[in-house]
Design a protein around this ligand. Structure first.
Ligand SMILES: Cc1cc2nc3c(=O)[nH]c(=O)nc-3n(C[C@H](O)[C@H](O)[C@H](O)COP(=O)(O)OP(=O)(O)OC[C@H]3O[C@@H](n4cnc5c(N)ncnc54)[C@H](O)[C@@H]3O)c2cc1C
Length: 425
């Protein structure tokens, strides 16, 4: 049996894309090694404005209006304005992962998506005239006119160029109870870069920040995070820094309900847009290179990709490669590729910034007009708006940051030039 589309994976990207394709009236099957109702390991955060625009605010489990960051050094002198919290004036939310998963599973059921359990194998994949056949470890071979690879950041089938070391966002966190609130009650802390608990030697090492939130009923989530680094900051270092930070504030951990070990790639190169298998999600390098977020982007971009695929499949003679090409063009149109280049260039810079420069950069970034910084982080600005945000940031930044932005090191120039000549033409 040759279906129209076979989606590989069981994470947010696979469910989101399968739901969008079914909405187009296509015959779709979803293949994952596990039961698709099995809870995901990760909890996903999103800005309130993004989730509101998607009409999915009811899927949030927590929503905070008191959202702040700290970009001061954190010296005991609280009268120094740099040590005051930076208010974000925007809500932040955490999805109820079961509700998000159910949202997509219900759409799959409505759309008649076939749920298959099995592990796809790359070997012996067969590209036929108008179909692709995917063998599974369990034996059955599944055929479809188009295969969508949504198997995550190390995809099974999608190919990308090798551009050297990939930077990872690494974090170690705990959901637990503490002898004193690690953040203000009812508060969400996006980035706490205060570093007065670190020794002078530690402050020369790659900077890390605290991402933390009050989950209610005396429960808090605290996570020591490295924005991005290649190779990534080891978990042991992050754990040690978290303990040091808490101890500095006189806070003891009373009970640990959950430990999170987080690691995912931030600056994967864009995939080859001419390959016969379409990618989506982590597999298609959709993680925002400057923030690490992806779920909002999945929800926004899936309908256009599904529409393009449906239009291509309307031609019964169209080969898999031609259908995939239409999907790739819809997923990564030129303006998005140019923005991706700019974000990658920016991340490359930030990874080089020492702690004081990084704090100054973020203090300037979050002082931009709200629509600019929020649109930057959500990737909803147009290219001209994004460039305007960059120019404003440069003009407002102190010279320590400006020099860092001007000087080109390593592969920065090559990445920056992709703004003009993006990958894929
Ligand atoms: C701890 C953590 C926290 C994160 N937090 C956020 C956040 O708050 N907000 C945000 O937007 N992003 C976040 N991210 C980034 C990103 O959104 C996630 O990594 C997201 O899970 C990627 O989704 P995905 O569906 O592409 O891949 P995955 O979630 O990795 O799913 C891949 C799926 O493919 C399946 N699979 C693998 N191999 C095969 C095979 N051979 N055949 C069939 N199926 C296969 C796997 O079983 C899995 O179901 C986070 C990432 C991590 C690791």
């Amino acid at each position: 049996m040759v279906r129209q589309v076979l989606v590989l994976g069981g994470g947010p990207a696979a469910l989101c894309m399968a739901a969008a394709l079914a909405e187009q009236g296509l015959s779709v099957a979803l293949l994952a090694p596990h039961d698709l109702r099995q809870p995901w390991p990760n909890t996903y955060g999103i800005w309130g404005e993004e989730v509101d625009a998607l009409g999915l605010a009811h899927l949030l489990e927590h929503r905070w209006s008191a959202c702040v960051s700290y970009f001061g050094e954190g010296a005991a002198d609280a009268s120094d304005p740099a040590n005051r919290p930076t208010p974000h004036r925007r809500d932040y939310g955490l999805f109820n992962r079961q509700a998000l998963q159910n949202h997509w599973l219900e759409a799959l059921e409505r759309g008649g998506v076939e749920l298959l359990q099995g592990t796809a194998m790359a070997a012996q994949r067969l590209e036929g005239e108008g179909f692709t056949a995917i063998p599974t470890r369990e034996g059955p071979i599944h055929q479809a006119r188009l295969v969508v690879d949504a198997t995550g950041h190390q995809p099974l089938l999608v190919q990308r160029p090798d551009e050297g070391a990939v930077a990872g966002q690494a974090a170690y966190g705990i959901v637990g109870r503490f002898s004193a609130p690690p953040v203000q009650p009812g508060q969400f802390v996006l980035m706490d870069y205060r570093c007065d608990h670190l020794s002078p030697e530690q402050r020369l090492q790659p900077p890390t920040f605290l991402y933390a939130m009050d989950l209610g009923d005396g429960l808090f989530f605290v996570e020591e995070t490295s924005l991005a680094l290649a190779p990534p900051v080891p978990y042991d270092d992050l754990r040690q820094r978290l303990e040091q930070r808490l101890a500095h504030h006189g806070i003891r951990v009373l009970a640990v309900e959950h430990e999170e070990f987080c690691l995912f790639p931030m600056n994967l190169p864009l995939p080859d847009l001419h390959q016969p298998v379409l990618g989506f999600g982590g597999a298609a390098s959709m993680v925002h290179p400057a923030s690490g977020y992806m779920v909002g982007s999945l929800l926004r971009r899936a309908p256009a990709v599904a529409q393009a695929v449906a239009a291509a499949l309307a031609d019964p003679q169209a080969p898999s490669a031609a259908v995939a090409a239409c999907g790739w063009r819809a997923l990564w149109p030129r303006p998005l590729r140019r923005k991706h280049a700019l974000y990658q260039f920016g991340l490359e810079k930030l990874m080089r910034f020492p702690e004081a420069q990084l704090r100054a950069f973020f203090a300037t970034f979050f002082a931009l007009p709200d629509p600019l910084w929020i649109g930057f982080l959500a990737n909803t600005l147009t290219l001209p708006q994004l460039l305007l945000a960059m120019v404003q940031l440069f003009v407002r930044a102190p010279w320590s940051v400006r020099w860092g932005l001007i000087g080109m090191r390593g592969r920065e120039l090559r990445l920056g030039l992709r703004l003009l000549w993006p990958v894929g033409g």
